[in-house]
Write a protein that binds this ligand. Structure first.
Ligand code: 6R9
Length: 649
């Protein structure tokens, strides 16, 4: 991390949009940005009312914001239907034939859905859910591959006021079970399977395993995707295609209060239990819409592609809700970026003439490693804007992306935000903000981002501190589902009324933000958050493990790799097989992304005299091979010496 900061301090390359890009952009000068930013901070009511008014409301709000820290209500008293805004509104405006989703499956199958067709599908799904007794306020768990039905399922829930909770298809049956139990879901929407690197991911089998231990689900809608053999439980499980064949494509959407919960999305925190981040309707949609409009500068003729999965917040805000609220045309892809090889993305960009491309630094690093021949084999001249999200981007990766993919002509929007923030918070505006490799640059409208020290004082230019947000913003989280106390403690206890981000950052003399990384025990593995405590509790759940400590180690492609240290129960022998079994065990409990890259069995873990595991030392050890930091509180130094030998061997 300190190396990161040094890199940033010497970074002096700066890029401006071309005159052509600038002249067409919605915001084309820093003066315009500064003026709008000032208004958004000083008169948020005026600013956000104007933005929200571009959406369709069936009842106007009485008040823009009601802020009683930590509880915010936006567009109080207003009523809307989120799905109508994302779909019907465009059909009604005569854009029904416009492509909404252009989809490509991993095996190469293709499908385009116009806004009218999307409307038909969403209405059918809404009718099916209602016919199965799903009602407003009930929780629906969605566990899907990246197929249009994933967004259709989300929009159908939104349409009827049900709260969806999408679980990433790479998570395990146990993770599904935890989430079902936490949000007390009453329905599930899944598929028989999905394609990933040429194999079928058996999604329905994982759902079945979870439902064996959770009886609350009365209906499970199954989309046929892979023709995979699956079990159907009579009475509970129904095939989507059978229901859709007889369902009406007309569905009258009710209007819901602006603060109606829209979804719960689980994310890792510093304890073993993921947090169910709750988002609501009017403010969230306004945030997703406005950021698409200004940061991606989306146009009628753009073909936009976000490579995230709908199982993450990026897929919620920048696949399902934001682009569809804008009425954009987007590409959706089911499979892996390297299937059948690392040329897949570039072929698709050429084939579909993608103009805006949004991906993650970890993918960019993997592409760099695969070699320039892949992108060079395709015509990428349709691209006009690039984006990144998920973790800090290293300057080398940024430059490669800028030159090799963007041809030196496309601005890069490095977008900093979180599951909790709902929408992008800090990012360049592509028509005006000077961009530099490694910085997400300036706060978006309405975002008062500050860097504070331990006492809550603002630090000076280039001094590191904690990133915090002073003012409420429309798409902010409304709580942790079922746990107001954890909501207060996690986000609002540092300083009164100020949102704690959990990231360390600094701001340079020009006002650009440089994110350093998480300050809590959360790792960032391939752009995904993973709590060390979650992995530790998975490990200690194994019958052979007594104690576990998990830390992150810098990793060339993934950003961070997961390294686990475990002590075994009395009489259990440490073997290479056991280490392998423990890796797989974590994969089974949480999902493949959580599998430790390395597992070290050790007779003891380094602890303080009061018995706390010193993860700081382990972190240094795995990063550098030795420990140089302060070890005065360590109980027994020989532990470190032994581990040092082990890691070197
Ligand atoms: C959208 C998303 C949030 C955490 C966040 C930060 C890291 C995200 C970043 C970034 C540097 C960026 N992060 N974007 N760090 N530059 N452009 O990723 O949400 O999965 O909740 O992760 O990711 O550490 O706190 P989420």
């Amino acid at each position: 991390m300190s190396q990161n900061i040094e890199n940033h301090l010497i970074e002096d390359r700066e890029f401006l949009p071309s005159e052509e890009f600038r002249s067409k952009a919605r915001i084309s000068s820093m003066e315009q940005y500064n003026e709008m930013y000032k208004e958004s901070i000083e008169q948020p009511d005026v600013f956000w009312a104007r933005e929200a008014n571009e959406l369709q409301w069936s009842k106007p709000w009485d008040e823009v914001l009601d802020w009683q820290p930590p509880n915010a209500k936006w567009f109080v008293g207003g009523e809307l239907n989120v799905a109508e805004n994302c779909v019907d509104r465009h059909v009604a405006a005569g854009r029904g034939d416009k492509a909404a989703i252009i989809w490509e499956g991993e095996p190469g199958d293709k499908l385009t859905l116009s806004y009218k067709q999307l409307q038909d599908e969403v209405c059918k799904m809404a009718n099916v859910l209602e016919s199965r007794g799903v009602e407003k306020g009930q929780r629906v768990l969605i566990y899907m591959p990246m197929i249009p039905e994933a967004s259709i399922a989300m929009l159908a829930c939104a349409r009827i006021g049900a709260i969806h909770s999408v679980v990433f298809g790479g998570f395990s049956a146990e993770s599904i079970l935890d989430r079902l139990e936490d949000c007390k879901a009453e329905a599930v929407i899944t598929a028989d399977g999905g394609w990933r690197r040429g194999s079928i991911v058996p999604l329905k089998a994982s759902v079945d395993a979870a439902l064996e231990k959770y009886a609350g689900v009365k209906t499970c809608v199954v989309v046929k995707r892979t023709e995979n053999e699956i079990d159907m439980v009579a009475g509970r499980d129904v095939w989507w295609h059978e229901m859709a064949a007889v369902a009406s494509n007309e569905h009258e959407a009710k209007s819901f209060d602006s603060e109606t919960p829209l979804f719960i999305l689980y994310t890792s925190g510093s304890t073993g239990k993921p947090k169910g981040i709750l988002h609501s309707s009017g403010g969230y949609l306004t945030g997703a819409y406005t950021t698409c409009k200004y940061i991606f500068d989306m146009r009628e003729e753009d073909v936009y592609w976000c490579t995230a999965d709908v199982g993450w917040i990026t897929g919620h805000s920048y696949i399902t809700y934001g682009p569809l609220a804008m009425g954009a045309t987007q590409l959706m892809y089911e499979g892996a970026p390297n299937f059948p090889d690392f040329g897949r993305f570039w072929q698709m960009i050429e084939a579909y003439k993608v103009s805006i491309f949004y991906t993650a630094p970890t993918a960019i690093r993997a592409f760099i490693k695969a070699g320039d021949a892949f992108p060079e084999a395709n015509d990428l001249s349709s691209l006009r804007l690039l984006g990144t999200v998920g973790e800090p981007i290293n300057p080398e990766a940024w430059m490669w992306y800028y030159n090799k993919i963007g041809g030196g002509r496309c601005p890069i929007v490095d977008t900093w935000w979180q599951t909790e923030t709902g929408a992008i918070m800090i990012a360049p505006l592509p028509g005006c903000t000077p961009i530099k490799p490694g910085t997400c640059t300036q706060p978006f409208f309405g975002v008062e981002a500050v860097i504070l020290d331990e006492e809550g004082e603002e630090v000076g230019a280039n001094e590191g501190g904690r990133l915090m947000i002073r003012k409420p913003w429309p798409s902010m989280l409304r709580g942790i589902y079922g746990d107001p106390q954890r909501f207060q403690e996690t986000y609002w206890n540092d300083f009164e009324g100020i949102y704690t981000v959990g990231d360390g950052a600094r701001r340079d003399e020009k006002g650009n933000f440089w994110i350093v990384g998480r300050l809590d025990d959360v790792l960032n593995v391939s752009g995904h958050r993973l709590g060390t405590a979650e992995v530790e509790s998975a490990l200690v759940a194994h019958p052979t493990v007594a104690e576990a400590a998990v830390v992150g180690r810098p990793h060339e492609i993934k950003g961070q790799a997961v390294v686990a240290f475990v002590t075994l129960k009395q009489g259990i022998e440490a073997t290479a097989e056991l280490e392998k079994e423990l890796r797989n065990h974590v994969g089974q409990v949480i999902g493949a992304i959580a599998k430790p890259d390395e597992v070290y069995c050790t007779p003891v873990l380094p602890k303080t005299r009061s018995g706390k595991i010193m993860r700081r030392l382990l972190k240094e050890l795995v990063a550098t091979g030795e420990v140089t930091g302060n070890v005065t509180t360590l109980e027994d130094f020989t532990v470190i010496e032994d581990l040092q030998k082990k890691i070197k061997s």
